[in-house]
Design a protein around this ligand. Structure first.
Ligand code: 48H
Length: 260
């Protein structure tokens, strides 16, 4: 029995890993925007790998605000939240309140049930390039290996589209720009940097700056805000869902173009 337990896990994990070596989309970061984008792309029948550095996906949504575990969702994102299985309670001025633990669990569940291959405890450390012209994959390693700075080489998995959904640090877009000296399609040609807090502008900026910043590399959520130079917005999450939904459509368009 003991060896059956081990072989059950090893065989199914390695099958998942092997199947993931070439995917339609690779999502870096399992916060709300990455989880939603991954789910929507997978629901259209495309293969999606999602890499999350931490043990649990969910990013900054679990903790609500200052660990008061409630978040706000605006009216214009309520239908996405509901479709994702979140329980919405009417709040003030058309906004809704969601229990952050229930809301985060619902998004993770939607992604898993739609067939997204979720790899937790794995971080994306770099990107792969096709002739320095487009991003076409990710370089991955175990998070503990990277945290311990162990000298262990990574593995690579290929994808038609890569999404930087790494939140405030916009790690992947920043790495692409700084390691390769390439220009991103932003006002500054690089990662412009996040601005201070303004709820209305921050929510608007998040969606506005969501998109393809280099051929094959897309940004969503706080990463889009940081790359485009947008405001932060505090514990309100409608913009993250709208951004995830927008970037999913853009990535699907790219996948369909590449597959013609
Ligand atoms: C693998 C990685 C890597 C890597 C990071 O920050 P997130 O929750 O992302 P978003 O943008 O979907 O949501 C932002 C929201 O949570 C938030 O912070 C808000 C609304 N802030 C407003 C404010 O004013 O502060 O999640 C990003 C995820 C995390 O789980 C990271 O662990 C993960 O990405 N991650 N995973 N490889 N290189 N870098």
């Amino acid at each position: 029995m003991e060896s059956l337990v081990s072989s059950g896990i090893i065989n199914s994990y390695f099958k998942k890993l092997n199947d993931s070596l070439s995917a339609d989309a690779a999502v870096v970061g399992g916060g709300p925007s990455g989880l939603l984008a991954a789910a929507v792309i997978a629901e259209k029948g495309y293969s999606v790998n999602l890499y999350e550095r931490n043990l649990a996906p969910g990013g900054g949504m679990w903790g609500g605000a200052m660990m008061f575990n409630k978040i706000l969702i605006e009216e214009n994102a309520a239908s996405i939240a509901e479709e994702s299985g979140m329980i919405l309670t009417p709040g003030e001025k058309g906004n809704f309140v969601v229990d952050s633990v229930q809301g985060t669990a619902a998004l993770i569940n939607r992604a898993c049930c739609s067939g997204v291959r979720v790899f937790n405890c794995i971080a994306v450390d770099d990107l792969t390039f096709d002739n320095n012209e487009e991003v076409n994959g990710v370089v991955i390693n175990w998070s503990p290996v990277l945290r311990q700075k162990m000298m262990v080489d990574p593995l690579m998995t290929m994808a038609e589209a890569v999404l930087d959904a790494t939140g405030h640090p916009a790690e992947i877009a920043a790495r692409l720009a700084c390691k390769n000296g390439v220009e991103l399609s932003t006002a500054t040609g690089g990662v412009a940097g996040e601005r201070s807090l303004n709820v209305v502008l921050g929510e608007r900026n998040t969606v506005e700056f969501t998109g393809e910043v280099y051929p094959g590399l897309f940004v969503s959520g706080m990463s889009a805000c940081a790359v485009g130079g947008g405001y932060r917005m505090g514990p309100i999450f409608g913009g993250m869902l709208l951004s995830g939904s927008k970037v999913a459509d853009l990535i699907i368009e790219r996948i369909e173009r590449k597959q013609l």
